[in-house]
Design a protein. Structure first.
Ligand SMILES: [Zn+2]
Length: 539
């Protein structure tokens, strides 16, 4: 391999250069004079970066080294491409969505994201192999890897009823997990807040998590409750990782609902205590004090038993509707409702797009109904009955967001997807997550150092899923590289106007090919399917 000789050359040259390289073969691209961040939380160096084919072949002084293309990146930061470990690039129930609809993934590229890991929150396509093959046949810009979703598996094998799985069903679910791991999944995701994942006891999840162990997989969970039940949910997540003996990750770690604000201290103390006794626990987080998910998240668990049809039948029954309403009111007051109808905004009501962008208070006012929690609960039940909506819930405090971000086991992930401007009113995290951390949290607020932020979005998620050739800027690694101006990088997407690309990203290379050059999308789609490189179980 040719890059071996260049490694030698680079070693001889050292970071400061001075000697002449013994290798004078032309390489494809040299990024000249940038401030190079390795992906580890360590000081950057000013150096040239050589790319040949899909690899980084040299880091050092490449002055005068023949190259097909030299790009002056002096004054710019050169970092490994970002790995978004929680991304909804493929929506399992929508045939053409996300990465298929917008394979250029410009919302991600303009933040420097080069790899997305899908299948989060217990929800993945099944089998994951079909989408792997589709993307291999027709690549996107970004690389794609996946978890396999417990919720999807349970829906397929057990159905949507609130009951314990039989032994046969458990065996069938194990087989589904095994099949996905054989295809190269990075582990098991759960969404224990969402039906039907919510109907599973921890014991079931533990049994399925054990299946990913011999593959070196991890367990990543949207927990059962992120509000009043937060601490118990963290204990449950830790227990599942501990008993299955695999790494566990609290995904989009947050503290939901005003009664719990400030208690991230206790949440993180549970993480620390688990690590102390040898459990491998981590978190990921998006940098906003608002979340986003479908309306069923504010319905009581029991009301979702049997799926949406069963829920609608219950809403038709006055007695049951009254009971459901109490549950919705509870959630509005204590959990993601933020105790204020104005704090729940409608992001996407597919059946009536004119609602998109309004909050519950707006809709009540439009309909000349008094704005209060009770009427908001009625409205929520009506909206769900009519077809449902995804919503943005403003129910977190920045103090908790800030504290969780600083914890050494927290990485950054978007929980967004692949998106392009349209008439929905999605969460701005889709367009802004990583640029917001680099621009707002690092530069404007000086909340954490740039090196730490870069580590949390590159090397840290790569290490978490045993990805040894990406998430790092070093000789021999795959050339996924993002180049941005540290004084210019910023998110522009807001809750009111989310369809705005981040600014300050200059060049992005994926597998050695420029997908963004001088701030222009190149139209090239070099993305690959990334299958786990973990061990394989012995036959
Ligand atoms: Zn989630």
């Amino acid at each position: 391999m040719r890059w071996f000789s260049l490694i030698l050359a680079t070693t001889l040259l050292g970071a400061c250069g001075g000697e002449t390289s013994p290798v004078q073969e032309s390489i494809d691209i040299v990024l000249v004079g940038g401030t190079v961040f390795s992906g580890l939380d360590e000081s950057p160096i000013v150096a040239d970066v050589g790319i040949e084919g899909d690899r980084i072949v040299a880091i050092g002084n490449l002055d005068g080294h023949p190259a097909d293309q030299r790009i002056d990146v002096s004054g710019l930061a050169v970092m490994p491409g970002i790995i978004d470990i929680h991304n909804h690039a493929i929506r399992p129930n929508a045939a053409r969505s996300g990465i298929y609809l917008w394979p250029d993934a410009e919302n991600l590229i303009r933040q420097g994201v080069t790899t997305v890991i899908g299948g989060p929150d217990g929800s993945s396509p099944l089998p994951i192999e079909n989408d792997f093959q589709k993307l291999e046949a027709s690549p996107a810009t970004v690389n794609y890897g996946s978890f396999v979703g417990h919720g999807t598996i349970r829906a397929t094998v057990v159905g949507r009823e609130d009951r314990i799985a039989t032994d046969d069903e458990l065996e069938e679910m194990r087989a589904e997990v095994r099949k996905a791991m054989d295809s190269g999944a990075f582990g098991l995701s759960s969404g224990l807040l969402y039906a039907p994942g919510s109907f599973a006891p921890a014991e079931e999840v533990i049994e399925l998590a054990k299946v990913v162990k011999p593959y070196g997989g991890i367990y990543i969970s949207h927990m059962r409750n992120e509000a009043l039940g937060l601490l118990d949910s963290i204990r449950e997540t830790i227990r599942i990782g501990e008993e299955a003996d695999i790494p566990a990750q609290i995904t989009h770690h947050k503290v939901m609902g005003a009664p719990m604000w400030g208690r991230s201290t206790e949440a993180l103390a549970l993480v620390d205590a688990a690590i102390e006794r040898g459990v491998d626990v981590s978190s990921d987080q998006y940098p906003y004090p608002a979340s986003s998910t479908g309306l069923p998240a504010v319905f009581p668990r029991w009301s979702l038993d049997g799926g949406n049809k069963a829920l609608k039948a219950r809403l038709d029954d006055p007695e049951q509707r009254a009971k459901i309403k109490q549950g919705v009111i509870y959630s509005m007051v204590n959990e993601r409702g933020g105790n204020d109808p104005a704090k729940v905004a409608l992001a996407n009501c597919a059946w009536d797009p004119s609602l998109n962008g309004l909050n519950l208070a707006d809709v009540l006012r439009q309909r000349e109904i008094v704005v209060n929690i009770e009427n908001a609960a009625e409205l929520i039940m009506d909206l769900q009955y009519a077809g449902g909506c995804s919503c943005v819930y403003h129910a977190m405090s920045m103090e908790d967001v800030d504290r969780i971000m600083l914890h050494p086991t927290t990485m950054i992930a978007s929980d967004g997807g692949v998106m392009a401007p349209g008439n929905l009113r999605p969460h701005p995290r889709n367009y802004g997550t990583f640029a917001r951390v680099l621009g707002d949290f690092v530069r404007e607020r000086q909340h954490l150092p740039l090196t730490t932020a870069i580590y949390k979005m590159t090397r840290m998620p790569a290490d978490r899923i045993n990805m040894t050739d990406r998430g790092r800027l070093e000789v021999g690694a795959i050339a996924d590289v993002a180049v941005f101006h540290p004084d210019e990088i910023i998110d522009k997407a807001t809750f009111a106007n989310p369809h705005q690309y981040a600014e300050g990203m200059y060049h992005v290379f994926i597998n050695g090919e420029a997908v963004l050059l001088d701030k222009k999308m190149s139209g090239v789609r070099p993305g690959r399917v990334l299958r786990s490189m973990g061990p394989r179980p012995q036959e």
